[in-house]
Design a protein around this ligand. Structure first.
Ligand SMILES: Cc1ncc(C[n+]2csc(CCOP(=O)(O)OP(=O)(O)O)c2C)c(N)n1
Ligand SMILES: [Mg+2]
Length: 533
């Protein structure tokens, strides 16, 4: 069979059903081979800027490998910002990069460039199909590396002439490498670490999702009555937000993190590679710390871990619970501090109330949140399930809208709600076309404050006040035009009364992809805005 068929059949055996990409000449063999497959579909995105987050959103929402195809040097370059994001959030992605036909590579054909060098800046490993002798092995090697933790993007560079060449090898399933379980002694040490502390806490991050360990984490936390914080910028919610142990997301300011955790004398970090933070602040975390996760590059945020083990979290957390023996029923009270809502007025639409109503109405949805200054409000009141609240995780905006399209393609039976700031919505808005083309039924809520409000909040702290450059009007961006461009339904609300009417029309299953624009008065800030940094 030809190498492209070998590649696709090997991917199918790993459960891959979609390849997201923006194709070019170098992709002809791959696209042609995809069209011959029954189980596997090539999903066209209108740019690489949307193809990568689509594959990432798909992977996170389905907890499986995402595959994305990028077109030689310019295509890979366009995808690098969001490949970076997938790497930070630890998403397993296989990146099929179009190589250039090797028969004329020496003539410097257009689109050619240092693709291996470029890919290696944002991928954990880069493999190349060089000859008929190494092609099958390198396909298998790339796939196995992508499926083995710590997860992240893995590149496979595929010259089209080689993809069309025959090899005499039958595809078979690739076995990813797995992490070892904890030994009895290790499990006892972690149990002792938690049980000998007066007031321990757990800080959880993405590995919990990828290791399918949310239930075991909750059981462990419950057993001791320990609160679970999501580490700042965690790209996938690691524990049910409705669980009493969920203590909320830590803010990305080290100073605020230290304040939130000050009452705890011991911290167990579960997954993650450290605390992602922004805007310099001095902070000290004097607690005794331990770590469990998939990536040995994780560093203690302050000092050194007393215990650190690379392991599979699902079994490790269950082993630690078992090693604790019987504990007194903890009867955990909700670990999340309550906060009062602003007063409702029919003629005003407060951003906090808008988020609160959306969370109540769509509590059963998978949420993609890139709502700028409103993100802390979402986390304050959300009751979403583990794995069903997604954020970019890197701070790189322009990810959420396209990620929601990938999530909707991967989870067609679920309602997908994306809440996106007006600035963030415009980095890769052509993803709306792919949604229309595939008949998804996404509810996209755009928070239209005609500002980069987040940057103004930062400027207020660092530069003495808002800056003119962060106001993105005039002209006022007309999101009804964007909806029309891609054949989405459109609704808008600028008062609580209009918002109620618009939501009333969104009952049940949506008939079409729907863009709901919330026109906000920028003077009204989300009540948790101060937690943003
Ligand atoms: C890829 C990328 N480019 C630029 C930025 C800088 N940035 C941070 S927040 C922001 C504005 C977000 O605006 P919007 O989505 O409207 O949300 P708001 O701040 O208004 O709530 C920008 C440009 C970034 N974080 N990532
Ligand atoms: Mg905005």
């Amino acid at each position: 069979m030809i190498i492209s068929e070998y590649l696709l059949r090997t991917l199918e055996l790993a459960g891959v059903r979609h390849i997201f990409g923006n194709p070019g000449t170098t992709e002809l063999p791959l696209v042609k081979a995809c069209e011959k497959r029954k189980q596997l579909q090539y999903v066209v995105a209108l740019s690489e800027v949307s193809a990568v987050p689509m594959a990432d959103g798909y992977a996170r929402a389905t907890r499986s490998l995402g595959v994305v195809n990028l077109h030689v040097a310019p295509g890979l370059g366009n995808g690098m910002g969001t490949l970076y994001t997938a790497g930070i959030a630890g998403t397993p992605l296989l990146v099929l990069v179009g190589g250039q036909d090797r028969r004329f590579l020496h003539t410097n054909p257009i689109l050619w460039g240092p693709v291996e060098k470029m890919a290696s800046a944002v991928c954990k490993a880069v493999f190349v199909l060089n000859t008929t002798f190494d092609a099958a092995t390198n396909i298998r090697r790339a796939l196995r590396t992508a499926l083995t933790p710590p997860y992240g993007p893995v590149a496979l560079i595929c010259p089209p002439d080689l993809l069309e060449t025959e090899i005499n090898t039958e595809p078979s399933a690739v076995t990813p490498a797995t992490h070892a379980d904890l030994s009895d002694e290790q499990a006892r040490n972690y149990a002792k670490f938690l049980q000998s502390a007066k007031k321990p806490a757990i800080v959880a991050a993405e590995d919990v999702h990828w290791n399918n360990a949310a239930n075991e984490l909750e059981a462990l936390a419950d057993k001791l009555g320990v609160p679970v914080y999501a580490a700042p910028y965690t790209g996938v919610l690691p524990v049910d937000a409705s669980s009493p142990c969920y203590a909320g997301y830590l803010p990305p300011s080290l100073k605020q993190v230290a304040e939130r955790l000050a009452a705890h004398d011991a911290l167990l970090f579960v997954g993650g590679r450290g605390l992602r933070n922004t805007l310099y602040s001095e902070a000290h975390l004097p607690q005794c710390m331990a770590w469990l996760g998939n990536d040995a590059s994780a560093m203690a945020p302050d000092g050194e871990y007393k215990l650190a083990t690379v392991t599979h979290l699902k079994s490790a957390l269950a082993e630690i619970s078992a090693a604790m023996g019987k504990t007194r029923a903890s009867g955990t009270q909700s670990a999340r501090a309550a906060l009062e809502l602003p007063k409702r007025s029919a003629e005003i639409l407060h951003p906090t109330l808008a988020i609160h109503v959306l969370l109540e109405k769509f509590s059963d949805a998978i949420w993609i949140d890139e709502s700028g200054l409103s993100t802390s409000d979402v986390r304050q009141w959300m009751q979403l399930k583990a794995g069903e609240y997604l954020i970019n995780g890197s701070g790189g905006i322009g990810w959420g809208l396209a990620a929601s399209v990938g999530a909707a393609i991967g989870r067609p039976k679920r309602r997908i709600v994306a809440v996106i700031g007006d600035g963030s919505a415009l980095y890769a808005s052509e993803a709306l076309w792919t949604a229309g083309h595939h008949g998804t039924k996404i509810l996209l809520v755009i928070l239209s404050n005609r500002r980069y409000a987040t940057l103004n909040a930062a400027a207020t702290r660092l530069a003495g006040g808002s800056l003119k450059s962060f106001t993105i009007e005039p002209p006022v961006i007309d999101f009804s035009g964007l909806a029309k461009l891609y054949d989405w339904d459109y609704a808008a609300a600028s008062t609580a009364r209009e918002f109620d009417v618009a939501l009333g029309k969104l009952r049940g299953t949506l008939k079409n992809n729907t863009l709901l624009e919330i026109k906000l008065n920028p003077v009204l800030e989300p009540v948790t805005a101060s937690r943003h940094f």
